[in-house]
Write a protein that binds this ligand. Structure first.
Ligand SMILES: Cc1cc2nc3c(=O)[nH]c(=O)nc-3n(C[C@H](O)[C@H](O)[C@H](O)COP(=O)(O)OP(=O)(O)OC[C@H]3O[C@@H](n4cnc5c(N)ncnc54)[C@H](O)[C@@H]3O)c2cc1C
Length: 462
């Protein structure tokens, strides 16, 4: 094959993988329902190798996909069959931290949590905290504009990316943004963030850091219904409080977390986790206000703690809930719809009704403060038709989110999984324009072909 011969010229040695056995590990990401075999995987160790690999792909017209840690839940890092997969997890150095400007320069394969670990010595942290933060990479976070529990107040990944060096789909190396937000001209950094790898590969990323808060308090409130917990979230925001995180787990998600990491949650139909942070006086005043709000919200029990170990256990239960549902069913689909926060109670009641009508169990664990639902649809893939029924329920939940004024994705991206649902939100003209913008950067649609937008070769919907 022409591309294999071209990659063979790059001196990658054993870091050029071409055998079926070696490529098997790259045939899917966190969404295991989709699989595809690339013709080669390159384990890049330098920017020069990424540039040379992309140039080889461009010269031979071969599609390529960047891969960080492969934790995408929408098939974002699924290879293109017969294409090239460029693994970036060996590019994992924190290149510099500047405590004065509160910035860090990172290679794309740096693990999210390692940024905060490195910054802690300076009293700083990296705010976006996906639940997968102990394994997912900054490059993947950037491509998906990832969120996390603490993005309610601090904002998503895009709010923390200042600049980057990228390899464009023709192999050209260029810089977008810079060390501060005071750049002139179009916001190319903003365009690249969340573009799901369609505009090329980020090889160096400059992020902003935040000071570690002086005080923190974490509340655990138990409710006897999911919609009561959802309504409490709306009431807290309506009262003018802005916690740093507000998360909800339902009974099934609590059961899964207890079976797995044993966070010692109280038994409840729904659990609301609320975290306050700031200076000591603000947290003390907000604690009093929050206690009063929760007291009238119908909570059946409430506790709060500032103890670091107790707080860590609460968050461990929440952040491991996705993987923990593996204790409840052999397979699951995680959905990622968003509804306006004021519609949370109604949306949760509709999820329950759709789940009952389909006869399929759904566990709910989600970023309640952002209205970002994560229904975990449980099924057994060994049963005939079970995957299709689960996918239909997922589609019905997404349609409901759009009907209530929300979106088909909050943070997991469109990938391959939600591509067919884009017309729920965008007109044919919108989609055509998106395709034209994409092809203005990548006429051959080589970068991450088939993700988010339908390629020209496959159809007319751009
Ligand atoms: C248990 C679990 C919990 C999760 N919780 C959350 C959560 O709370 N919030 C959230 O937002 N997501 C969450 N996710 C989803 C996932 O972890 C995120 O989407 C994450 O950002 C993906 O990072 P990654 O390194 O694994 O990227 P990958 O899966 O390898 O890639 C994701 C996308 O980014 C592209 N890409 C990767 N690196 C680059 C680069 N350098 N330049 C350009 N494009 C690139 C890929 O081509 C692909 O399209 C969770 C996943 C799991 C499994």
């Amino acid at each position: 094959m022409e591309i294999i011969a071209a990659l063979g010229e790059l001196g990658l040695g054993e870091r050029l993988l071409t055998t079926p056995a070696a490529l098997a590990a790259f045939s899917c990401d966190g969404l295991t329902a989709f699989t595809a075999r690339p013709c080669a995987a390159v384990l890049a160790e330098s920017t020069a190798e990424v540039v040379a690999t992309v140039r080889a792909c461009h010269a031979t017209g071969t599609p390529f996909v960047a891969r960080g840690s492969g934790t995408s839940l929408s098939g974002g890092s699924l290879p293109v069959a017969g294409g090239v997969l460029i693994a970036l997890n060996r590019l994992n150095r924190v290149l510099s931290i500047d405590p004065e400007s509160r910035t860090a320069v990172l290679e794309p394969g740096v693990i999210n949590l390692d940024v905060s670990r490195a910054a802690a010595a300076h009293g700083l942290a990296y705010a976006p905290d996906p639940s997968s933060q102990s394994v997912c990479s900054i490059g993947g976070n950037l491509a998906f504009n990832s969120g996390g529990a603490h993005c309610l107040r601090h904002g998503m990944t895009a709010n923390h990316i200042l600049g980057m060096t990228v390899v464009l789909p023709d192999g050209e190396l260029t810089t977008l943004g810079g060390p501060s937000r005071e750049g002139l001209g179009p916001d190319w950094t903003g365009m690249f963030c969340g573009s799901e790898g369609l505009f090329g590969i980020a090889v160096e990323v400059t992020v902003s850091l935040i000071p570690i808060a002086e005080a923190t308090a974490t509340f655990l409130a138990a409710y006897d219904s999911l919609s009561a917990a959802g309504d409490a979230v709306s009431a807290i925001v309506a009262a003018g409080l802005l916690p740093v995180a507000m998360e909800i787990m339902d009974a099934l998600a609590i059961e899964a977390a207890e079976a797995s990491v044993k966070p010692r949650y109280p038994p409840a139909a729904a659990l609301l986790i609320v975290e306050l942070e700031g200076d000591r006086d603000t947290v003390a005043a907000d604690t009093t206000a929050l206690e009063a709000l929760i007291a009238v919200s119908g909570a059946v029990s409430v506790t709060h703690t500032a103890d670091p170990e107790e707080r860590a256990l609460i968050w461990k239960g929440r952040k491991s809930a996705f993987s923990a549902v593996g204790w409840l069913a052999p397979d699951y689909i995680v959905q990622d719809g968003v509804v306006p926060r004021t519609q949370l109670g109604r949306a949760l009641a509709e999820v329950e009704a759709l789940s009952a009508a389909a006869g399929i169990r759904v566990a709910n664990v989600f970023h309640a403060g952002d209205g970002n639902l994560h229904p975990l649809i449980l099924f057994d893939g060994a049963e005939a038709g079970a995957l299709e029924r689960a996918e239909q329920l997922a589609a019905d939940i997404l349609s409901m989110c759009v009907r209530l004024g929300g979106s088909i994705t909050g943070e997991h991206g469109v990938g391959v999984e939600k591509r067919a649902h884009l017309p729920l939100m965008f007109s044919p003209d919108d989609l055509t324009l998106m395709g034209e913008i994409r092809r203005s950067v990548d006429p051959g649609e080589l970068a991450n072909r088939g993700k988010m937008l339908v390629p020209m070769a496959e159809g007319t919907a751009a």
